[in-house]
Design a binder for this molecule. Structure first.
Ligand SMILES: C[S@@+](CC[C@H](N)C(=O)[O-])C[C@H]1O[C@@H](n2cnc3c(N)ncnc32)[C@H](O)[C@@H]1O
Length: 210
C-alpha cells in the first residue's frame, strides 16, 4: 500500500485532536495566547485578508469588521469547529478546506495574509510561505505569531531531541527555524518581537520585490 503523505498524516492528526484542542490549550489561551492574538485586530488591513490554519477559529473574535476575510485549514474537523464558532459569533468569514502548500487563489489576491501557530505543523513551511507570497499583493503584508527553535545552543538541542515525540502527539514541530524559512520564501522582515523568550515571536513582513 502507498505511504500516506506528510500532509495526510498531519490532517489526520488534527482531525483527531479537534475535539480536545480548545480544552488542551485553555490555560495557555487565558494567560498568554489571547493577549497576543488580540494584536490582529489593528494589524489586519486592506479589503481582503487570508488566515491560514484557522484551526477551531480562535482568532475569529479578533477579526476587524471592515475587512473581508477568508480562512482555510487542511483539517475538516478543525474547520467544523471553526464553522460552529463563526455561527455563534455571527462572523461573515469564508471558511474553506485547503492546503497552504497549494492554495487555490489567484496571484495578488490579498492585502494581508496571517497565521498563528501554524508553520510549526505545515510539512513544507517554505512551500507554504512561498504560496502566501504568491497570493499576497506586492504592497501587502504577512503577520505571524509562531513558536520556533530557541537560539540557546543547549535548549535548541533539547528541543531537537524532544521534537519527534511532540510531532507524534501534537502534530507540531518545536524546532523549526522559522525566521530563516520566512526569509528563504521571499519575505522581508519588518518587525520581529520576542514574546516568550525567543521561542514565541510576533513577526510582520512584506513581500520582497523580486
Ligand atoms: C497548532 S494549530 C493552530 C490553530 C490556530 N491557528 C490557532 O492559533 O489556534 C495548527 C493548524 O494548522 C493546520 N494546518 C496544518 N498544516 C496545514 C496545511 N498544510 N494547510 C493548512 N492548514 C494546515 C492544522 O490543521 C491546525 O488546525
Amino acid at each position: 500500500m502507498e505511504k500516506p503523505s506528510k500532509t495526510v498524516i498531519i490532517r489526520k492528526r488534527y482531525d483527531r485532536l479537534a475535539i480536545f484542542y480548545d480544552f488542551m490549550e485553555a490555560p495557555l489561551e487565558r494567560h498568554r495566547f489571547a493577549q497576543w492574538r488580540s494584536r490582529l485586530t489593528d494589524r489586519i488591513a486592506g479589503h481582503r485578508a487570508l488566515e491560514i490554519g484557522v484551526g477551531t477559529g480562535k482568532n475569529l473574535v479578533y477579526y476587524p469588521r471592515d475587512v473581508k476575510i477568508t480562512a482555510i485549514d487542511v483539517s475538516y474537523r478543525m474547520l467544523k469547529r471553526a464553522r460552529k464558532r463563526a455561527s455563534l459569533l455571527g462572523s461573515t468569514v469564508c471558511l474553506q478546506e485547503m492546503d497552504v502548500q497549494r492554495l487555490a487563489f489567484p496571484n495578488n489576491s490579498f492585502d494581508t495574509v496571517f497565521a498563528t501557530f501554524v508553520f510549526c505543523s505545515v510539512p513544507d513551511p517554505v512551500a507554504g510561505l512561498k504560496e502566501l507570497k504568491r497570493v499576497c499583493k506586492p504592497n501587502g503584508k504577512l503577520l505571524l505569531l509562531e513558536h520556533m527553535r530557541p537560539g540557546n545552543v543547549l535548549l535548541g538541542l533539547l528541543f531537537d531531541m524532544m521534537n519527534p515525540m511532540v510531532v507524534r502527539m501534537m502534530g507540531a514541530n518545536i524546532n523549526r527555524r522559522t525566521m530563516d524559512n520566512i526569509k528563504r520564501s521571499g519575505w522581508q522582515i519588518l518587525k520581529e518581537e520576542h514574546l516568550s523568550g525567543d521561542i514565541v515571536r510576533w513577526i510582520e513582513a512584506k513581500p520582497t520585490s523580486s
